[in-house]
Design a protein around this ligand. Structure first.
Ligand SMILES: Cc1cc2nc3c(=O)[nH]c(=O)nc-3n(C[C@H](O)[C@H](O)[C@H](O)COP(=O)(O)OP(=O)(O)OC[C@H]3O[C@@H](n4cnc5c(N)ncnc54)[C@H](O)[C@@H]3O)c2cc1C
Length: 509
C-alpha cells in the first residue's frame, strides 16, 4: 500500500479545529502540511466556550505530585497513572509555550500567573484569562493557523467516514456542507480532534456541534474505545426554563466563594462531602439531583452574592453579563442552576503518543481516552490534556519514519458531484435522542432503563441507515447517526460496568 520513494512533504489530515486540533496543526506544520477540517466555521467548538482555565501546578506551595494526586483521586482509581504523570510533568512547558505563541494569561502584580481554584483541586492552580480562557486561547491559535503557510483550513467540511485499508487509516471522506459535494482526501496521517458529545443530553453545556462524530467515526473504523460510560455532568449550568441558552457557571465562581444552596438558602453540600460545594463534580451533581428530587424542583441555587458586584464584574464578566441578560443580578440574588452533561471522560483509546489501535490514526483532545481522567475528570484538566497530547502526537509523528502513500491509492481519488437534496427528513429527532439519554443514561442510571435505551437506539440506528440509503449522504442524517452510535457506545459500556465508579452510578433494582 505504501512506497517510500516519494519525497514530497508529509501530509496530515486533522479533523477538528478546537484547542487540540489547532495546537497540533501549529506544532506539526513545522515538518508537514496539515489540512484542518471543521464542520462549522471556526471558532465554533467546545474549546471556545471553556471558561475556567487550564490546570497546572505553578503555585509556590503546589507541586507536580499534588496535582497528580488530585487527578488520581477525582478519577476514582481508573486513571492511567503513567499518562497522568506525563500530562502534569509537561503542563508547565506547554502553558509557557501557549504564552510564547502570544496568549496573554492573567498575572498578579509580581507577574506570576493569577491562579484560581476549582472543585477537587487541593491548591490554586488554574491559569486563566478572566472567565473566557477558551475564547482568548482559541482566537490566538486561529490567528496563527490561518497565517501559517503549511496549514490549510477547510471550514464547513463534515467528515463522513475514515478511509481504512488493512487496519491503517489512509484518508477521510468529506462532505462540503455548502456545495454538498463529497470528496476523498488521502494522507499519511489522520488526527481525530473532534471534541465531545454533550448534545446527546437534554441539559448540556456544549455548543450544538458537539454531537460525538469522532467516537462514531473511530468506532466504525475499528478503533478500540474505552471508558465511554463516564459522562461528566457539570453541577452548575444556568437554569433557563425554556433552555434558551447553555450558559455554564464556571466552578471558579465556587472556587472564589460562591455556595450551592437549596430553596431555604441552606448550604446542603456539607451533608454529602467535606469539601462542600467544591467536592468532585460527580458527587456534587448526584447530591444536587437528590436535593432536587427532595424539593420536587427542577433547579437549585448558586449564591455568589458574597463575591460582590466589583469582583463579579472584574473576574467573571461573562457570567455576570450572561445572568444580566436574563434579568438576574448575581451580586444581589441567587442564581438558579441545574447539573448538565458536560464532558465525555472516555473515548478512542490512545497511548502516551496519542496513537490509536488503528495504524496512522491519532486521537487528541476530548475524543481521545488517554486514561488521564479515569472515571471522572478533574476540573480544567481537559484543555491541558488537549495541548499536552497534541504536542505529544506532533512529536511522535515527527520522529516516525512514515512511508508515503502509494500512487495507486491516490488514484482512487473520488469526487462525487453535488447532490440535489432539498430537505432531509428523518423520523429520528435530536430531542428524542437527548431525552432518552437524559432519562435513561443520566446522572443516576438503572439496568432496566439502560437496556430499554439500548433497544430504542438500535431501532433508531437501523432507521437512520435506511434513510441514508434512500436520501443519500446528508450532513443532518449522518450527524444523527453519529449521535445514535455514540449513545450506543455509552449505553453498552454502562451496561457492562458492574460497579459504580466516578461519574457512572447505577441503582440496584
Ligand atoms: C462551556 C464549557 C466550559 C468548559 N470549561 C473548561 C475549562 O475551563 N477548562 C478545561 O480544561 N475544560 C473546559 N471545558 C472542556 C473543554 O473545553 C473541552 O474538553 C475541550 O475544549 C475539547 O477540545 P477539543 O479540541 O477536543 O474539541 P473541540 O474544541 O470541541 O473542537 C471540536 C472540533 O471538531 C470539529 N468536528 C467535530 N465533528 C466533525 C466532523 N464530523 N467533521 C469535521 N469536523 C468536525 C468541530 O467543528 C470543532 O472544530 C469546557 C467545556 C464547555 C462546553
Amino acid at each position: 500500500m505504501y512506497s517510500s520513494s516519494e519525497t514530497s512533504a508529509l501530509e496530515i489530515i486533522c479533523i477538528g479545529g478546537g484547542v487540540s486540533g489547532l495546537y497540533f496543526a501549529i506544532k506539526a506544520a513545522e515538518f508537514a502540511t496539515v489540512t484542518i477540517y471543521t464542520k462549522d466555521e471556526l471558532p465554533k467548538s467546545n474549546s471556545y466556550h471553556a471558561k475556567g482555565g487550564i490546570a497546572a501546578p505553578f503555585g509556590d506551595n503546589d507541586s507536580t505530585s499534588y496535582h497528580i494526586h488530585d487527578t488520581l483521586i477525582a478519577g476514582a482509581g481508573l486513571c492511567n497513572e503513567k499518562a497522568v504523570t506525563y500530562m502534569i510533568q509537561n503542563s508547565l512547558r506547554c502553558i509557557e509555550d501557549l504564552e510564547t505563541l502570544g496568549t496573554e494569561f492573567n498575572k498578579d502584580e509580581n507577574l506570576q500567573f493569577d491562579l484560581s481554584r476549582e472543585g477537587g483541586h487541593s491548591h490554586n492552580r488554574i491559569v486563566h484569562i478572566k472567565d473566557e480562557t477558551g475564547k482568548e486561547v482559541i482566537n490566538r491559535l486561529i490567528h496563527l493557523a490561518r497565517n501559517h503557510p503549511n496549514i490549510k483550513i477547510k471550514e464547513h467540511h463534515f467528515v463522513l467516514e475514515l478511509i481504512t485499508e488493512d487496519n491503517s487509516v489512509i484518508g477521510a471522506s468529506i462532505l462540503n456542507t455548502q456545495t454538498l459535494s463529497i470528496e476523498n482526501h488521502y494522507a499519511e496521517i489522520v488526527v481525530l480532534a473532534t471534541g465531545g458529545a454533550g448534545n446527546l443530553y437534554t441539559f448540556n453545556t456544549n455548543p450544538p456541534s458537539a454531537t460525538g462524530d469522532g467516537y462514531a467515526l473511530a468506532n466504525r473504523a475499528g478503533a478500540t474505545m474505552m471508558n465511554m460510560e463516564f459522562v461528566q455532568f457539570h453541577p452548575t449550568m444556568l437554569y433557563l426554563p425554556n433552555r434558551e441558552d447553555n450558559i455554564l457557571i464556571s466552578e471558579a465562581v465556587r472556587g472564589a466563594g460562591a455556595q450551592l444552596k437549596d430553596s431555604k438558602v441552606i448550604q446542603f453540600m456539607y451533608k454529602y462531602h467535606t469539601m462542600g460545594s467544591l467536592a468532585p463534580r460527580d458527587i456534587v451533581a448526584r447530591s444536587m439531583l437528590k436535593e432536587m428530587q427532595h424539593e420536587g424542583s427542577d433547579f437549585l441555587y448558586l449564591d455568589a452574592t458574597s463575591l460582590g458586584e466589583k469582583k463579579l464584574q472584574d473576574d467573571f464578566p461573562f457570567i455576570y453579563n450572561a445572568c444580566k441578560k436574563y434579568d438576574i443580578d448575581s451580586s444581589k440574588e441567587m442564581i438558579r442552576v441545574v447539573p448538565a452533561a458536560h464532558y465525555i471522560c472516555g473515548g478512542v483509546a490512545t497511548d502516551i503518543d496519542a496513537k490509536t489501535s488503528v495504524n496512522r490514526l491519532y486521537a487528541i483532545g476530548e475524543v481521545a481516552c488517554t486514561g488521564v481522567h479515569g472515571a471522572n475528570r478533574l476540573a480544567s484538566n481537559s484543555l491541558l490534556e488537549g495541548i499536552v497530547f497534541a504536542d505529544a502526537a506532533a512529536d511522535s509523528i515527527k520522529n516516525m519514519k512514515i512511508p508515503k502513500l502509494k500512487k495507486s491509492v491516490l488514484n482512487k481519488y473520488y469526487h462525487e458531484e453535488p447532490q440535489d437534496i432539498e430537505q432531509v427528513i428523518s423520523t429520528v429527532s435530536q430531542s428524542d435522542i437527548q431525552q432518552l439519554m437524559w432519562n435513561n443514561l443520566g446522572i443516576v442510571r438503572n439496568p432496566t432503563a439502560m437496556k430499554s435505551a439500548e433497544n430504542q437506539l438500535n431501532i433508531w440506528r437501523q432507521t437512520l441507515v435506511s434513510e441514508i440509503k434512500i436520501q443519500g449522504r446528508s450532513y443532518q442524517l449522518n450527524e444523527l447517526l453519529n449521535m445514535v452510535e455514540t449513545a450506543m457506545l455509552i449505553t453498552s459500556f454502562a451496561l457492562n460496568r458492574t460497579e459504580n465508579k466516578g461519574t457512572h452510578y447505577a441503582e440496584e433494582e
